[in-house]
Design a binder for this molecule. Sequence first.
Ligand SMILES: *Cc1c(COP(=O)(O)O)cnc(C)c1O
Length: 427
Amino acid sequence: MTSQNQILFEKSLALIPGGVNSPVRAFRSVGGTPVFFKKGLGSKLWDVDGKEYVDYINSWGPMILGHAHPAVIDAVQTAAANSLSFGAPTGLELEMAEMINKLMPSMEQVRLNSSGTEATMSAIRTARGFTGRDKIVKFEGCYHGHSDGLLVKAGSGLLTFGEPDSGGVPASVAAHTFTLAYNNTQQLEDLFKKSGDEIACVIIEPVVGNMNLIVPKMEFLQTLRALCTKHGAVLIFDEVMTGFRVALGGAQALYNIKPDMTTLGKVIGGGLPVGAFGGRKEIMQCLAPIGKVYQAGTLSGNPVAVTAGLVTLKLIQAEGFHTRLTNQTKKLIDGLVQAAKEAKVTFSAQNVGGMFGLYFSAQCPTSYAEIMQNNNKTHFKQFFHSMLDSGVYLGPSAFEAGFVSAAHTDADITFTVNAAKKAFSAI
Ligand SMILES: *Cc1c(COP(=O)(O)O)cnc(C)c1O
C-alpha cells in the first residue's frame, strides 16, 4: 500500500519545484522521501501516516519551547481575534523592541521584519549606507539567508572578489563580497591590511549552525572585533540561529563580544515569521524615515507573529532555562558519543547551548574545508535513515546543526540514544 506521505510527495513534485518550499526540507542528500507532518506537541511530531518522531529540528530552531506550547497557542489565538494585521504601529512592537534591547543591550535600536533573510539583507544595506562603502565580508560555510550578495563563494584566489554560488546572481553583485575561511585569523588580517578601508561590514555566524555546527575560536572573534573597530567596518553578528538559543543573550553574551549590529530570526518569532535587525543607534538612525537608507515591510512587526515571539521570549527567561536546555543537549551528545564508541564507529559530537553538531569524523571540525573533507557522508546517510525508521527526526543532511527544545525529556534522550545504538551497530 502506498503511504499517504508518498502520495502527497508525488503530487507536490508536480506543482512545487522539488516538492518542497525550501531546499533544506528535501531529502536529496540522504535519499528517500521527505516526511510530511500533520501535528507536533512538545518534543514530538506525527507524520501524515500517524508515525511518531522525537524532533531534533524544531523547525530549524524556532520551537525552543517545543511544539504547540499552550501559553504560546493561547496568546496567538487571543491576538488573532483582534485582527491579523494593521499596517500601522502597535504597542506589541515596542514591547518586542524593549525585550530585545534588554536581552541584547548592543541592539540600542531595533527594526522588525518577517524573516532572517530580510534581517541580514537590511542590516547590510544599513551598514553600507552608514559607511558609504560597498564591499562586504562573509565566511565560507556561513549562511545568512538567500539574498543575492550573500549567495557567494570565494573567487579563484583568496582575497579576491567572490563569485556567485547560485544561478541568477549577477557576477557584478557577487564581486562586492569577499569570502574567507572561518576561524582563519591570518586571512582576516591579510584582507583588512589590503582592503580594510573599503569594507562596509563583516557578517558572521558567531557559532555556525549552517555547515553542521562549527564553534568559533576566541582569538578569531576577538581579532575580527578589533580589525572592524580599527578600520571603521561594521561588525554584524548574524544571530538568527544562535540568538536566545546558545544563551539567553545569544553568542555575543556567551563570548562577551559586542557587535555593532545584530540580526535575529527563528526563536524571536516562536514559530511565526519574525526577523529583526538592530545595533548602535548612530547606525540605525540611517534608516528611513529619518535617514537615507530605505527599508520597509507590509507585514513587519505583525501583531500575531510578534505575540508568539514575545511569549516565547518571556518563557525562556525563566530561572535556569538555558542551563537545563544546555544540560539536556549535553546528555544527548554524551549518550551518542558513548554509543558510537561501543559500536567502534568513528564519530564526534558537540553542543553549544541548545544547538548540537554530529560528525562522522574523529574530531569536531573547525572550518568548512575540514567538515567537507572529513565527514563520512555514507555513514551519515545510513545513520539518518536508521534513526528515522526508529522514530528520531534529524536534519536530512550531514551539514546541518540539530536542536533540542525545553520539552525534550530524559526519556526522549534515552529513546534517541537507544535508537543510535541500533543505527551505529549497522554501520
Ligand atoms: C535561518 C538563517 C537565516 C535565514 O533566515 P530565514 O528566516 O530562513 O530567511 C539567516 N541567517 C542564519 C544564521 C540562519 O540560520
